[in-house]
Design a protein. Sequence first.
Length: 289
Amino acid sequence: MRLVFATSFMPSVVCLALTLLVYSTLPYLRNVHGYYVMCYVACQFVSYFCHAIQAMTIDDINSPLCIPFGYFTLFTYLTSYCWVNVICFDIYWMLRYNNSINRNTSISVSTVMCHIYCWGFSIVWVCTGYLFQHSQHKTLLKLAPDIGYRSCWFFEYNGNGILIFYLIPSCVMLTVNLILFFLITIHSSRIKSELNEFQQTDSPKIEIFFVYKSEKLEMSIKLFLLMGIPYLLRTLQIIFRIHWIIFDFFRIINRLHGVLIFIIFVAKRKVILDLRNKFRGSMNQSEST
């Protein structure tokens, strides 16, 4: 059973690794938005990999690596949720304020702020949990995550520790994502009217711009269906201890999250054609030399 649980994460691990490889290979994907996607995929890859290792091995609470491994897994999960926030906000900002298509990867103030938010929040939250767990105050000990006591992860899914240090922050961030998706949906009505106006013009620049916006709108809808609803329902299931068949379905979706990420960001006709052309050009160049 433990092996089956571990292998259920492996398709996501492989697809997330392939997504990172593709984004590292194609230069035009390494813009600011692509950089955020790579940060998210990297964190998600590490978190799924850690969870797979934990599922394949029996928790050894006497191991000196047990507690650091558990807190590191928590850190990667929280950081990946933060990067989803950044991606959602970036899409909303591009659609709402008509940012330039060809933004480069130069470090800007917004990029630095995103790093401070993602890494800083996760570090502070994880360190707070660690301090609670090693506190001498009884009230703080009741709120501690208890990672490494009976398991190298959260042992009780209805305890105060997982509620405070995992479920509440993840639920808040997922709710913010849902709000952003809602705002994007509202803004889509204006985009549709602009697209109708575009059909009456002949400007190629306007055509490229609105095709770009429609692609981002389509991506936001996919992200809403993938990262918003399943994660939020899974969180609510744990909090309220709901046992319905539909929640088991969303649990499977969460484990195959990396596969769906690969489909959204990589399995597109343009990306596949560009990859084929790039590798074909590399092979022709190697043969000529």
